[in-house]
Design a protein around this ligand. Structure first.
Ligand SMILES: Cc1ncc(COP(=O)(O)O)c(C=O)c1O
Length: 351
């Protein structure tokens, strides 16, 4: 019987047990290796990455490659598509990915068919002749959920590759490779590493031939993580299930409280996870003031760390105009839920 995720997060990616072997992998700070081995040079591999990659593979399945950031992992996937290849992607999602896809579409690098991922039939109708379906679910920051089993099954029937950005749901909630997807992607920066001290990305890949192509892409584009960052990410991964479950429990409680708050007009929450997006009943300026008025919740972008963070997403010029000006994305951390709530209500009282 395979181990539970809570156990794998702690036991995976450790050195072999021999007398006096360390419990943790070493940080292999080296740019090159003595000849004769399978790695050869520091852009092709590193034992510290391998420990982290083995651990992520135990959580997501397949074989894993880590990258210098989540965007680097995503770019590697698009880099192996032929010039002008048609792909299907959500019309809203993480602004960095949306900007990349828009630029690829405009330049002709890819033909992107933008769809509403919540509308399953619309996504399936767009699949004919596509080279890849790129899915982010739940989406950032509106938290829309795609019907992954239905979409993956439809794509597979047509022989189309499917990649899923699993950053928000994490393998504790959904497992894209088990549903038949080809790639499960993470911004490791977020929940997997969990301490807002690392930028990193990963791709877990089911097919060995696809793994080899993406490994080559990483080697030759040089989008590799640093060994120290890999070690930090693995250290963070050990407590990922504890952190995620705690934050999720608090998020569910905060959703209840936010829903009945008179200054909140809408709460978005997919029923799982540690991200809550809500709309302030007021102007963009008032919403901005709320974010700037917290004393414990950090007014900062990013998510998935032990510390609660929030921001008004439209403060970023690249954020989609379909995201409401009054929308705050809250990443619920591991502080006591009552302290998070006190800070939210104090900040809301500032308007
Ligand atoms: C859903 C999602 N995917 C990908 C990324 C990009 O990851 P990174 O910032 O590690 O490059 C982010 C970053 O916020 C994200 O939220």
């Amino acid at each position: 019987m395979s181990k539970k995720i809570e156990t794998s997060a702690i036991t995976a990616g450790r050195p072999a047990v021999t007398p006096d072997a360390p419990l943790n992998p070493s940080i292999d700070l080296t740019s090159t290796f003595h000849s004769g081995g399978p790695i050869g040079y520091g852009r092709y591999g590193n034992q510290t990455w391998t420990s982290l990659e083995d651990a992520i593979s135990e959580l997501e399945g397949g074989q894993t490659l880590t990258f210098s950031s989540g965007m680097a992992a995503i770019s590697a996937v698009f880099s192996i598509l032929p010039m002008g290849a048609p792909i299907v992607a959500s019309n809203q999602g993480y602004s960095g990915v949306m900007s990349l896809l828009n630029s690829f579409h405009t330049s002709g690098r890819l033909e992107v068919r933008f769809v509403d991922v919540v509308n399953t039939q619309e996504v399936i109708d767009a699949m004919k002749g596509a080279a890849l379906v790129w899915l982010e679910s739940p989406t950032n920051p509106c938290l829309d959920v795609a019907d992954l089993p239905a979409l993956i099954t439809a794509a597979k029937k047509l022989g189309i590759g499917v990649a899923v950005d699993n950053t928000f749901a994490t393998p504790l909630v959904q497992n894209p490779l088990a549903m038949g997807a080809d790639i499960a992607m993470h911004s490791v920066t977020k929940f997997l590493s969990g301490h807002s001290d690392v930028l990193m990305g990963s791709l877990s890949i089911s097919d060995p031939a696809l793994f080899k192509r993406l490994h080559d892409s990483r080697s030759f584009n040089g989008s590799i993580p640093g060994p120290f960052e890999a070690w930090l990410a693995l250290r963070g991964l050990r407590t990922f299930p504890l952190r995620f479950n705690k934050s999720q429990e608090s998020a569910k409680e905060l959703v209840k409280r936010l829903t009945s708050h008179p200054k909140i007009s809408r709460v978005r929450y997919p029923g799982f996870g540690a991200i809550v997006s809500f709309e302030v009943d007021g102007t963009a300026e008032q919403t901005q003031k709320v974010c700037e008025s917290s004393t414990m919740i950090a007014h900062a972008t990013s998510l998935g760390g032990v510390e609660s963070l929030w921001e008004r997403r439209r403060r970023w010029p690249i954020e989609s105009p379909t995201v409401p000006e009054q929308l705050i994305r809250l990443s619920v951390g591991c502080e006591h839920v009552d302290d998070i709530w006190d800070d939210i209500t104090r900040a809301l009282n500032a308007i």
